[in-house]
Unconditional design. Structure first.
Length: 349
């Protein structure tokens, strides 16, 4: 039988790869492993693997660093050029019936050749309109999945599930938060080169959107303004002192660059409101490395006029003494997707 105890959530981001393993303890969890490793920005571009050899090496290095023994991993894909997630309305039918007709039903919603994607769906239940049902349709480009799967295998892992970042956030939320019926909560993950948004109503996803903007805008702005390397810019972002650049100057360039991200988040929220005619979003729960930039959550909240909080992906997860609790707390927003992947089990949906 498959040993589901030892599954690692492996979040292969374009700037950091992260691994999380959780131990089940009755209805809650305990953290078993958390490790992350920076990778060079040219290995993964716009959600596609450009340099498989170096990415494989990085994954092997992460394995060594984290002393990972278990080989079963759950990975995820994201990005608007590889993943389509849509809530659609279909005539009522059984799961088996939809399995057979999904390709035909999906064709009009998927902007890629239907033969080139892996399709999945989840029936959300009947609509008020008689004879109709709501379905979440997921289409992921097959060659992108294959690229990720082959790199992960090459690095010595056994990929048991290929998930999607937006759904990983949803699972992370389910483990850690009380679901409030009838309220909209937006999970917004801002990494280096992407924003994943998943708006949930009463714990059910009602809207998702990926954009190809992220904290690379900060890095690029610093490089341009101060003529520094990518690595130096990354250090400046973390608030580290530098001989060349004053901290205040770095801070002001970053604040300016944040404007583009605020606009993008704001636009996605507007799109949600206009396309779904849903009541307003009560809260934005932020994750991803971009949210560690000082002041970012507060300024975003001012810009969009919605309460913003930093995600707590370990809220319901016990942290044993072997971990540095203050480091885990500080870095937690970066681990949100990996936590959501680590709670997946084969055949769980
Ligand atoms: N302590 C920090 N302070 C400021 N910025 C940080 C900090 N840590 C990470 N970042 C920035 O956050 C980004 C990394 O976040 P994250 O790990 O969520 O992205 P990713 O998953 O690699 O990217 P993506 O999902 O977009 O491919 C980088 O741009 C990095 O510079
Ligand atoms: Mg990411």
């Amino acid at each position: 039988m498959f040993d589901s105890k030892g599954i690692i959530g492996l979040d292969i981001g374009s700037s950091y790869i992260k691994a999380v393993q959780l131990k089940e303890r009755g209805s809650s969890y305990e953290l078993e492993l958390f490790e992350m490793l920076p990778i060079s920005p040219e290995l993964i571009v716009e959600g596609s693997i450009i340099d498989a050899i170096r990415l494989t090496e990085a994954l092997k290095e992460l394995t060594r660093k984290a002393k990972i023994k278990n080989k079963n991993v759950v990975i995820s894909i994201s990005g608007h050029s590889s993943v389509i997630i849509k809530r659609i309305s279909l005539p009522e039918m059984t799961e088996e019936e939809l399995s057979e007709s999904i390709k035909f039903e999906a064709e009009q919603y998927v902007p890629f050749d239907i033969e080139d994607v892996n399709l999945d769906f989840q029936i959300l239940g009947p609509k008020e309109e008689a004879g109709q049902m709501d379905v979440i349709l997921v289409a992921v480009k097959r060659d992108v999945i294959n690229d990720y799967v082959s790199v992960v295998k090459e690095a010595g892992f056994n990929p048991v599930i290929v998930d999607v970042d937006a759904f990983a956030l949803e699972n992370m939320y389910g483990v850690n938060y009380e679901i409030e019926a009838g309220t909209n909560v937006a999970l917004v993950n801002i990494g280096a080169s992407s924003i994943n948004m998943n708006i949930m109503r009463g714990g059910v996803s009602v809207f998702t959107r990926d954009s190809s903007l992220g904290s690379n805008v900060h890095t690029e702005a610093m490089q341009k303004e101060f003529h520094v390397t990518y690595e130096e810019a990354e250090r400046l972002k973390r608030g580290e002192a530098s001989e060349k650049v004053k901290r205040e100057d770095a801070y002001s360039v970053m604040s300016q660059a944040s404007g583009d991200i605020f606009t993008e988040v704001s636009r996605s929220l507007d799109y949600f409101r206009s396309s779904t005619h849903q009541a307003d979003v009560k809260e934005v729960i932020l994750s991803g490395g971009c949210t560690l930039i000082p002041g970012f959550p507060r300024y975003l909240s001012e810009k969009i006029g919605i309460a913003v909080s930093l995600v707590e992906p370990f809220k319901n997860i016990q942290i044993p003494k072997k971990f540095d609790a203050s480091y885990i707390k500080e870095i937690a927003p970066v681990a949100a997707v990996a936590v959501g992947l680590a709670v997946r089990r084969p055949g769980d949906r």
